[in-house]
Design a binder for this molecule. Structure first.
Ligand SMILES: Cc1cc2nc3c(=O)[nH]c(=O)nc-3n(C[C@H](O)[C@H](O)[C@H](O)COP(=O)(O)O)c2cc1C
Length: 249
């Protein structure tokens, strides 16, 4: 592993700055990466219920109520709730012949952050690992099994990852943004992820669910759980969601 004596942060900030003379750096990758990740057609899929757009509490009320809550009952959430959460973060909200725009914005409309889900407790779905297929609004099942404890260990021992009903994991396909933005793509990837986390928390709140955004985890361990190549796909953010346990004051 590369060891640096200088902190990398200031260096990164400096080298990824735009100037009048440098506003569009040529990409590192000559060919754009595929715009979406596609898994093998033979893997099982779960169609998600149609998202609800006409109902729910008001935005202002939801913002006022939003809070990080790490205590979950462990009870399952419904598939409709999982569907609503995924749609509110990454679902297609505006389709044109040139492309599909999603609930949360993304620099250049490139959507480099893929959504993976560790399913601990969802009604009528076995504990499993899944990938959200945005264009079809469905889940691709990557493997059956209870991975909550592995997720908690990979999240520096944060037990909320095993007691939550689901843990969302955002993994960026760097090349999907870097072909256009070069190293500045990293900034956008993290900013994009922030939008996903914010949408997700507000959606969870609107559904009466508890949620916690998670930035502390062993990157390669999380990537390993989902079978991702951590050189190509970088884990940028996570969010655990579940039924809220009664508040302990
Ligand atoms: C980028 C980011 C990373 C975070 N990472 C964690 C985390 O790893 N574990 C955790 O328990 N909370 C995490 N949080 C939640 C914060 O601790 C929480 O937002 C903060 O205490 C403010 O509380 P509030 O969200 O209720 O306003 C994170 C929040 C953000 C925005």
């Amino acid at each position: 592993m590369l060891r640096r004596s200088m902190p990398v942060g200031p260096d990164f900030q400096e080298t990824t700055k735009y100037h009048y003379s440098k506003t569009f750096a040529p990409g590192l990758h000559v060919h754009p990466a595929p715009p979406i990740t596609v898994y093998d057609a033979s893997l099982p899929r779960i169609d998600l219920p149609k998202p609800e757009v006409a109902d729910g509490p008001g935005l202002w009320e939801t913002i006022a109520r939003r809070r990080t809550r790490r205590e979950f009952t462990g009870d399952p959430i419904s598939l409709a709730q999982l569907s609503q959460l995924l749609w509110a973060m990454s679902g297609v909200t505006f389709a044109t012949p040139d492309g599909a725009f999603r609930a949360a914005g993304s620099a250049g409309g490139l959507y480099p952050n893929d959504t993976y889900v560790c399913i601990n407790a969802v009604e009528d779905v076995k504990p499993s690992l899944a990938f959200y297929e945005v264009p079809d609004h469905r889940l691709c099942l990557l493997g059956e099994g209870a991975y909550g404890f592995e997720m908690a260990r990979a999240a520096l021992g944060q037990t909320c990852c095993s007691t939550a009903a689901v843990v969302f994991v955002w993994a960026a396909v760097i090349a999907r943004a870097a072909w256009k933005y070069s190293d500045r793509a990293y900034r956008y990837i993290y900013l994009d992820a922030g939008h996903l986390g914010a949408h997700g928390q507000l959606a969870a709140e609107a559904l009466g669910l508890a949620s916690v955004n998670i930035g502390a985890y062993y990157d390669d361990e999380v990537a390993g759980i989902f079978g991702l190549d951590s050189q190509q796909q970088v884990i940028v953010y996570m969010m655990a969601v579940g039924k809220p346990a009664p508040e302990v004051i």
